[in-house]
Design a protein around this ligand. Sequence first.
Ligand code: TYM
Length: 331
Amino acid sequence: MIGDKKIVFSGVQPSGNLTIGNYLGAIKNFSRFSEDYKTFYCVVDLHAITVRQVPAELRRRTYETLALYMACGLDPKQNTLFVQSHVPAHAELGWMLDCYTMFGELSRMTQFKDKSAKHSQNINAGLFTYPTLMAADILLYQTDVVPVGIDQKQHLELARDIAMRFNQAYGDTFTVPEGYMSTDTMKIMSLAEPTSKMSKSDTNQNAVVYILDSKDDVMRKFKKAVTDSDACVRYSEDKPGVSNLMTIYRAFTGKSFEEIEREFDGRGYGDFKLAVGEACADGLAPVREEFARLMADKKYLEEVMKNGSDEAAYYARKTMSKVRRKIGFVN
Ligand code: TYM
C-alpha cells in the first residue's frame, strides 16, 4: 500500500511497433487503475535487449512507448511513467532474485523455449533469466495487481513463487502480486494465423495490426484476415479467425457477441471484415493523433521520464533497503 492505495505495476517492451494485442490486452486497461490505485507503468528496455536491438531504434521506441502510454490515456500526473534502465534497482534486485530462482523453474518457461527456438543463434543468459528480472520489476514496488495479457501468466506465477519463497526464508518482505487479465481481450490472435498470438515480432506484416497503422493499412489487413469457408459470423472455438475478429470488434464497439451475430446474420464475411476494420481504425485514430502531438515534444517526454524515474526510485529504495537488511548485506 502507498497511503491508502493498492499498487499496480506493468510494463511493455520497446522491442517493436506496438500492436492492437498490446493495446487491447494490456495498455488500454492500465487507465482503469489510475484513480483508485498507485500505478507504475514502465518501458522495460532492459528486457528488450535479451533479443538484439538496433541502438537507434531501441532509443526511438523507448520514447514512442512512453508517448503511447500517454496517448492511450495515462496522465503522467496520475501515473508514474518511467523507463526501466533509469532505475538501477531493477537490475540489482533482478540479480538478487536470480539467487532464489531455480534453474528448473526457468527451464520450464514457455516464452524462453519459444524465444530460444526463434533466436537459436543468441540464446543468451538474459533470455533465460528474463522472468526473474520481471519478478524484480513487480516485487520492487510491493505490487498488488499486475495487468497483463494471458501470455504473461506463467511469468507472473513465477514472480509469486519467488516472493513467497523469499518471505518464507526471511519473513514478510514482498507483497505477493495478483494478475489482472481482462477476459475479453487477454489474447488477441494473429490475423493470418488465428491459432497463434498476435505478436509485435511477427515478420508477416498482414498478421499484425499496429496501433499506429494508417486507416488504409488497417482496412487492408482486415480485408485479408483469414476466416473460414463457413460464411457465417458466429463465435465458436472451431472458428478461430472469425472469433478473433469478433473479439476485436466487440472491444472497439462495446457490442456483445449476440448483437454482432445478429448484425451480420445472412451477410458475408466481406461486410463483416470492413466493419471490423472501420471500428478498429476509428478507435485508434485519437490515439494516433495524440501520439503525433506528443512525439513532436521530446523535451516534454524527457521531463516525464525524469519525474517518473525519480518517483519510482524513491519507492524502489525503500524495498531495496529492506531486502539488503534481510539478506545480511552490511549497510
Ligand atoms: P510485451 O512487451 O510482450 O507485451 C506488453 C503487454 O501486452 C500483452 N500482449 C497481449 N495481450 C493480448 N493479446 C496479445 N496478442 C498480446 N500480445 C502482447 C502482454 O501480455 C503484455 O501485458 N514480459 C512482458 C513485459 C514486462 C512486464 C514486467 C509486464 C516486463 N516486466 C512486469 C508486467 C510486469 C512482455 O514481454 O510484454
